[in-house]
Design a protein around this ligand. Structure first.
Ligand code: PMP
Length: 393
């Protein structure tokens, strides 16, 4: 792979004839040009096999090599300790809402959830539904619920009420819809303190691999690959081996972490293309200097956009509390109301800045600035934010 910058994306902003725009979509989201070019080649002929990646058997030697490489590279680039399994499942992050308790919540036990946004609410609701059917003595406890301020901030210690003896605490490290992320004052991932004896489960769907992370502080991290890790179709699960080893086997096979660990994430036909794309994305992160460099760049990218919003504080209303602003999803609206939001989205599109409309539940705008969004795209959006406010304010 080359390490060229993004000529085709940049061309949209400079009007040099490319049809590609800066895609600020929340997922599936933009991929690096180098990755897309590699995929183009591999769709036709994967590594000289005469067979394209979309046609490749999941039992052949080419895919054996993909499996081994993805595992090796995710571990190396993500600094994932040897006592963790790296699994690729299907059903999206959403299916983990019941797969986690199915595997890891013993009969009659309690799981505490920090309900910090839309997807966190879904995790709570699905877990509750699962246990009510399949583990009726168990409890799913909301140790925090952020609905009161429309999920605009994340809780401090004093706002969390854990149950007596939870097996695990479920958190969502980045709240994609509302644009909040668990960060400390330096803009590094912060984790809630959890009760002794519990382990932490994190929905890392929209920020895993955004920066360096101390994986050893988690029992399990999961997410759909379609943001920082590649494209839709596979769900990564990074889980402590001792938890996988003692996970419940009295559930359907396709839900069993242990089975995926034993069978290299291919107990059935896996999403070959999606897993292969994770491999390319991880190699790309390494080519960019690794997670430390990528994390610094992500902070810089988001910082440019927030600075423009803050320069026009009477015109724009960012949704998230300042201390909890996400480096991945920047949510804001125009103070003048939805008609001005619509004008913003429409004019931005004409300027080559697309998929900025906020989620249907939140309205306003959302700019997703995952790893593959180039600095130039964020600079172009920051300039557009300035210009729009000057013209319309
Ligand atoms: N959790 C979070 C934080 C998300 O952002 C999303 C998707 N946007 C999901 C869960 C659901 O993921 P999936 O569509 O892969 O089920």
């Amino acid at each position: 792979m080359t390490t060229a910058s993004f000529p085709s994306s940049a061309a949209a902003a400079t009007g040099s004839g490319s049809t590609r725009c800066y895609n600020f979509g929340a997922g599936p989201s933009t991929l690096p040009e180098e990755v897309l070019r590699q995929i183009q080649a591999d769709i036709w002929d994967f590594k000289g096999s005469g067979i394209g990646i979309l046609e490749l058997s999941h039992r052949g030697k080419e895919y054996d090599a993909v499996v081994a490489e993805v595992d090796r590279d995710v571990r190396a680039v993500g600094n994932i300790p040897a006592d963790y399994d790296v699994l690729f499942m299907t059903g999206g992050a959403t299916s983990q809402n019941y797969i986690v308790p199915a595997n890891l919540l013993p009969p009659g036990a309690t799981a505490d959830h920090l309900v910090t946004g839309h997807w966190a609410q879904g995790s709570f609701d699905d877990a509750k539904q699962y246990v009510s059917c399949h583990n009726p003595g168990a409890t799913i406890h909301a140790a925090y619920h952020g609905g009161g301020d429309k999920f605009a901030h994340l809780p401090g210690e004093a706002e969390i009420s854990y149950s007596k003896n939870p097996t695990y605490v479920h958190m969502t490290s980045n709240n994609t819809l509302y644009g909040t992320q668990w960060l400390d004052a330096q803009g590094r991932t912060r984790l809630p303190k959890i009760p002794a004896g519990a382990f932490l489960v994190s929905d890392g769907c929209s920020d895993f691999f955004w920066d360096e992370l101390d994986v050893s502080r988690f029992g399990l991290i999961y997410g759909g690959a379609q943001k920082n890790m590649g494209t839709a179709g596979t769900t990564f699960v990074i889980a402590r081996k001792d938890l996988v080893a003692r996970a419940n086997r009295n559930i359907p096979r396709m839900l069993q972490y242990g089975l995926f660990a034993r069978e290299e994430s291919r107990p059935n036909t896996p999403p070959v293309f999606a897993i292969y794309t994770v491999g390319l994305m991880v190699k790309w992160v390494r080519s960019q200097g690794g997670l430390k460099a990528v994390g610094q760049r992500n902070r810089q990218k988001a910082g440019m956009i927030y600075s423009s919003l803050d320069r026009h504080a009477a015109f724009y209303k960012p949704h998230a509390a300042k201390a909890d602003r996400s480096m991945m999803n920047i949510t804001f609206r125009c103070a003048a109301g939805p008609a001005m939001d619509d004008a913003f989205v429409a004019e931005a599109k004409l300027a080559g800045l697309d998929v900025l409309k906020g989620h249907r539940m939140t309205g306003g705008m959302r700019a997703s600035t995952y790893n593959a969004m180039p600095v130039e795209g964020c600079k172009a959006l920051a300039d557009f934010i300035d210009d729009f406010a000057k013209r319309k304010g």
